[in-house]
Design a protein around this ligand. Structure first.
Ligand code: NDP
Length: 594
């Protein structure tokens, strides 16, 4: 069907969910979906249906008619800017410009208002920059309700990008309905995610083989690929299944409080039982009893490759189950990142946001329990193995530091378990191979790298060096915990008086962004803290080999990549308010560097 409007036309576009019209430019037209990609004056892009677009001429006629009606006292004043702009800009402009300037601005765009718009969901009363403009349409809510609009910031060469997205669509086989489809593929798209499926397990295997060598130099590769017997043992597989069941049982215990998650697309909130600390405590006591009963935990060290293969097998089986069960999902159940219609991509990214078996939340469980607590058990087993291999009566200071630091990190995570409910993993990412493998394999088998290394590679530490390491860990922990707690508490209760000292920037979604304190220092202070802690975990292994720094390098790459993913999401969510935040806080993770 020929399109009514052409690329480059300047027309009036309706703002999703409301009856406000703004001047927009047509960028492209999608013949299949009958959608026009349009751009607002501030750079916000939307996809609109033809019925939501009016030509200038027809709009003027209608505008003339409705202006006569808009004199009723209940009607609002006209606004002269695209609705994606923040109200902060609005107020600062209002204060800094003359009334003549305002009139000029008002002339820029014509507007008709036929029905009231939905007010924002969250109002941050602590905003120091300005008061919320309650006339601002709640973009996120409207976007979600309509389910077909795609709000995104302008990027350079956008028509080309639109073309690329279209090309990707053409090759798709089992597409979800157009409105729910993931258009921007992450992790290198189809090829990248397929590569990750092979690359990630290989990296872990190589790391484990390398750490067991006497000379762990990166240039010394393992002599041969391990045989099937070295890699697989049914008894170990049984133990891994037992471990998962044991942790699932602890997860289901009616201990601890039940908290709400963040609102889903429909505004509904899921409940989560927060009892991770009890799980850790009970596991700790069980392990203690087992050791007292002379259960040889160093078995984990001597069969480590088999434990790895078994955990890998479980993560693959779990991912297959997750992919299969997510064939028919409602909009609110879908993860925005894992529904491209491409098998490997969606298998990797995860189609379902919060897979649950009754009230058992599979993602929350895997994120917080078997891998994290398993990591500590493995570390402890490595400590016992070190004493056995090096014939020590007491673990080395390096091994103790690694064990204590990592124990504190996990215990802290479980103590603040509910704070994970506002993180990207829970709020944004689907549960697929990426997270299943990450939780069940990557965490317990690569994060234990330092303890594993120390079993066969003793490291002498001076008292001064120990003090330096503890200081780095302390600073890192302070930044990490404060930043995460502050953001989490602010998201949950923005009007809490404890946040009254924070400066914030309002966004069109009704949420605000903290722009002072740690979140005004760099845009991801929690990542900075995490990296400092990661450094403190690696330093006890000394400087002879690079391998114990694997975790630090991985964390650096992960967090830089994660930061870029998050920035894309935030720019989509918050439009120009995010740009404003970036201007106010120019560095992402490392002050004055990056
Ligand atoms: P964050 O917890 O930082 O979450 C990012 C979200 O926070 C954004 O999408 C945005 O969401 C909100 N936000 C961003 N800036 C602001 C601001 N200025 N004010 C208020 N809200 C803001 O990221 P992650 O989920 O990636 O990480 C959580 C923690 O987990 C970090 O400490 C990280 O280091 C750690 N981590 C550790 C890993 C490891 O392997 N060791 C792996 C991954 C993470 P919205 O506005 O929608 O709320």
């Amino acid at each position: 069907m020929p399109s009514k409007f052409q690329s480059g036309d300047t027309v009036m576009g309706r703002w999703p969910g409301s009856s406000l019209y703004y001047e927009v430019k047509v960028l492209s037209h999608d013949d299949d979906g009958q959608l026009y990609t349009v751009i607002y004056k501030d750079g916000t892009e939307l996809e609109l249906k033809e019925s939501d677009i009016k030509s200038y001429t027809s709009f003027r006629q209608q505008s003339g008619r409705s202006r006569s009606r808009s004199r009723s006292p209940g009607r609002r004043r006209s606004r002269s800017r695209s609705p994606a702009r923040t109200s902060r800009q609005s107020s600062s402009r209002t204060s800094s410009r003359t009334s003549e300037g305002k009139k000029d601005k008002l002339k820029e765009v014509l507007e008709v208002r036929l029905t009231p718009v939905v007010p924002p969901t969250e109002n941050n009363s602590n905003n120091k920059y300005e008061k919320e403009d309650t006339n601002e349409p709640n973009v996120e809510t409207e976007q979600r309700r309509s389910g077909r609009y795609n709000l995104r910031r302008r990027k350079d060469g956008d028509p080309k990008q639109a073309e690329e997205v279209k090309k990707v669509d053409e090759g798709s086989t089992t597409l979800p309905s157009a409105s729910l489809k993931t258009e921007e593929l992450e992790f290198g798209g189809r090829i990248g995610t397929f590569g990750m499926l092979l690359f990630l397990p290989s990296v872990v295997l190589l790391l484990l083989l390398q750490v067991s060598l006497k000379d762990t130099s990166l240039l010394t590769l393992p002599a041969s690929f391990p045989s099937a017997e070295v890699l697989w043992d049914w008894q170990v597989f049984g133990l891994v299944i037992l471990w998962l069941f044991f942790q699932a049982l602890l997860y289901m215990l009616p201990l601890g409080k039940v908290v709400d998650g963040m609102p889903l697309k429909t505004g509904k909130k899921l409940n989560y039982r927060v009892n991770g600390l009890y799980a850790l405590l009970i596991t700790g006591v069980s392990v203690g009893i087992a050791v007292q009963q002379e259960v040889d935990l160093t078995y984990i060290h001597t069969h480590f490759l088999q434990f790895y293969s078994s955990a890998l097998m479980m993560s693959v089986l779990l991912s297959i189950y997750l992919y299969t069960r997510s064939r028919h999902l409602s909009e609110e159940e879908r993860a925005s990142s894992g529904n491209s219609g491409y098998l490997f991509h969606d298998f990797f990214m995860g189609r379902e946001l919060n897979p649950r078996i009754r009230s058992f939340d599979v993602k929350f469980f895997c994120e917080m329990r078997p891998g994290l607590i398993g990591w500590l058990v493995i570390n402890f087993a490595m400590l016992l193995a070190e004493m056995k291999v090096q014939k020590l009566d007491f673990p080395s200071p390096a091994m103790l530091l690694v064990n204590i630091f990592q124990f504190l990190w996990v215990a802290d995570g479980l103590w603040h378990e509910e704070k994970i409910l506002t993180t990207m993993d829970i709020v944004h990412d689907g549960f697929g191979f990426m997270l299943a493998f990450g939780d069940l394999v990557w965490v317990p088998f690569t994060f234990t790298c330092q303890a594993h290394y120390l079993v066969n590679h003793p490291s002498e530490l001076s008292q001064l060096f120990i003090a330096v390491i503890i200081t780095i860990k302390g600073i890192g922990y302070y930044i990490f915990r404060k930043a995460n707690s502050q953001k989490n508490n602010f998201r949950r209760n923005p009007s809490d008086p404890s946040h009254s000292h924070l400066k914030t920037i309002s966004t069109a979604t009704g949420k605000s962004l903290i722009v002072s304190g740690l979140w005004g220092f760099v845009r991801h202070p929690n990542y900075l803290g995490d990296l400092l802690m990661g450094l403190a975990w690696s330093l006890p292994c000394g400087f002879t080999h690079a391998l114990p720094y694997f975790y630090l390098v991985y964390l650096l790459l992960l967090l830089i990549h994660r930061n870029s993913r998050d920035e894309v999401q935030c720019r989509k969510k918050y439009g120009s308010a995010w740009d404003e935040y970036c201007k106010a806080v120019p560095y992402r993770i490392f002050p004055w560097i990056y």
